[in-house]
Design a protein. Structure first.
Length: 215
């Protein structure tokens, strides 16, 4: 008897369970579809946010690269200025040494010239005195005295010319020293301005430095 029984008689609720299962699956599919739609919208929002963040990051990266380029340019300018400043310091030191040597030479020359002048002048004065004494005795002595006077005047003029030339050389050397000092001071002021700009760049916000390192 059991082998001849129909499926409906064996499972009286089979049709109802199947209908309920289909309705439940349909509801689940609708819910899943809605969830997928919500997740898709959320993904799009996040994609838009990521794109906006990427654009913002690109702008910041551009700013950081620009600051880096300016910093590098200033660093090169500073190195060039330091090199020029070193060269000018060396030239100034050499100029000072040359000026000192020239001043010493001029002073020594002035002393030597003055001593020679005084020595010659004393000899000429002795000769002139002797000639004046002899002038009382003869016309020839008078002629000799005149020659001595002329020689004294020429020697005196020549000594004055040498002293003037030595003083002119000393003045020219001093003027060269002043010009070198002025150029050195100008370069020093320029170096201080570059160092100030470098300090401003080094004081940039920490987030720019962090993004620069990340790049």
């Amino acid at each position: 008897q059991s082998s001849s029984a129909s499926p409906a008689s064996l499972y009286p609720n089979a049709g109802t369970v199947n209908v309920n299962s289909q309705a439940s699956q349909a509801a689940a599919l609708i819910s899943l579809n809605n969830k997928v739609r919500e997740l898709t919208q959320e993904v799009r929002k996040r994609d838009d946010k990521i794109s906006e963040l990427l654009r913002s990051e690109a702008k910041e990266r551009g700013k950081v690269m620009s600051v880096r380029a300016e910093h590098e340019s200033l660093r090169r300018d500073n190195e060039t200025l330091r090199s020029e400043l070193s060269i000018m310091k060396e030239a100034l030191d050499k100029g000072r040494e040359h000026t000192q040597r020239l001043r010493t030479q001029v002073e020594d020359g002035n002393r030597d010239t003055e001593l020679k002048y005084r020595s010659r002048l004393m000899r000429l004065e002795d000769d002139l005195s002797k000639a004046n004494s002899d002038l009382k005795d003869s016309q020839q002595a008078f002629s000799t005295a005149e020659k001595v006077r002329e020689a004294l005047a020429q020697e005196n003029e020549r000594m004055h010319s040498q002293l003037k030339a030595a003083r002119d050389a000393q003045s020219a050397a001093h003027a060269d020293h002043l010009r070198l000092q002025e150029k050195f001071d100008s370069l020093h002021r320029h170096s201080e301005e570059l160092q100030k700009r470098n300090a401003e760049l080094e004081a940039l916000p920490a987030e720019l430095v962090a993004k620069s390192d990340a790049v």
